[in-house]
Design a protein around this ligand. Structure first.
Ligand code: URA
Ligand code: SF4
Length: 184
C-alpha cells in the first residue's frame, strides 16, 4: 500500500499489527515534527518513555538530541524525527531483521512524502537498515550520497548519555549538519 500523507501513515502505524512488536507495545510511535523539514532524523526504535507517550525521542536520549540541535541553532520543532521501527522492542533489544522489514514501508513513505534535503541517520541500526553500514562510530560526521538521496551519519543519542566524549561528537556532528545544509 502506498501512502499519500503523513496523517495516513500515522493512522496505519497506531493500529499496525504487521509484526510481533504490536503484542508488547503500549503505544506505537509514529514520526513527529515539521512536515516540510529539510532534515529527517532517524533513530532505532521507541524506548520506554516513547512507548508510554506515543512520541519519538521524549526520554533521556531525546533530551540529548534536543540540546544538540539547539546548540547547533535549530529547534526540535523545526525538524521531523522518526525511527526505523515504530514500536518498542521488549527490554529495548535491537529490532530483528523481520521487524525492520515489516516496518520499512512506513519509513520509506515518510521520506518520500517529506522529500528532505538530508536524511540524518543516528546510530548503527538506522545505518545498517538504510545504508547497509556497520561502523557508525568510525563513519560519523560524514555526508553520503546514495541513489539520489543525501544522508548524514551520526551516533545514536542514547550512546552519549553517560559519555562526554560521544556527547561532544554528537554536538559537533549537529553543527556540521546544520552548516552543511546552508551550503546546499
Ligand atoms: N531511541 C530511539 O532510537 N528512538 C526513540 O524514539 C527513543 C530512543
Ligand atoms: Fe507495525 Fe512497525 Fe509496529 Fe511492527 S514495529 S507492529 S510493523 S508499526
Amino acid at each position: 500500500m502506498t501512502f499519500s500523507s503523513l496523517e495516513e501513515i500515522r493512522n496505519q502505524v497506531v493500529t499496525c499489527t504487521k509484526c510481533e512488536l504490536c503484542k508488547t507495545r503500549k503505544n506505537s510511535v509514529p514520526g513527529k515534527g515539521n512536515h516540510n523539514s529539510e532534515i529527517i532524523f532517524i533513530g532505532e526504535a521507541p524506548g520506554r518513555s516513547e512507548d508510554k507517550t506515543g512520541e519519538p525521542f521524549v526520554g533521556a536520549a531525546g533530551k540529548k538530541l534536543s540540546t544538540a540541535l539547539e546548540n547547533a541553532g535549530i529547534s526540535r520543532e523545526s525538524v521531523y524525527i522518526t525511527n526505523v521501527v515504530k514500536c518498542r522492542p521488549p527490554n529495548n533489544r535491537v529490532p530483528t531483521q523481520e521487524e525492520k522489514e515489516s516496518c520499512k514501508k512506513y519509513l520509506e513513505s515518510e521520506i518520500a512524502i517529506i522529500k528532505p534535503k538530508v536524511i540524518c541517520i543516528m546510530g548503527n541500526t538506522a545505518y545498517q537498515s538504510i545504508l547497509g553500514g556497520n561502523n557508525i562510530t568510525k563513519e560519523r560526521g560524514k555526508f553520503v550520497k546514495k541513489d539520489g538521496n543525501l544522508y548524514f551519519l551520526t551516533i545514536h543519542p542514547a550512546a552519549v548519555i553517560y559519555n562526554q566524549k560521544l556527547l561532544d561528537s554528537l554536538e559537533n556532528d549537529m553543527k556540521k549538519l546544520v552548516n552543511g545544509i546552508k551550503e546546499l
